[in-house]
Design a protein around this ligand. Structure first.
Ligand SMILES: [Zn+2]
Length: 54
């Protein structure tokens, strides 16, 4: 089994195609780490972007 890694990705909530706007370059070991990474990034953006995990 390959290790599972998670990356935070962000997309415009208003974009119905949900084109990926940003993705972190880390290999997070848990969804929680990736989520926290995405939230930290979002705190610098302050727009209608939502974060999802991949
Ligand atoms: Zn990250």
């Amino acid at each position: 089994m390959p290790p599972l890694v998670y990356r935070a990705e962000a997309y415009e909530e208003a974009d119905r195609f949900r084109e990926c706007k940003w993705g972190c370059a880390h290999d997070h070991e848990s969804v929680e780490h990736a989520f926290n990474c995405g939230v930290a990034w979002l705190n610098d953006q302050a727009d209608g972007t939502a974060v999802q995990m991949a």
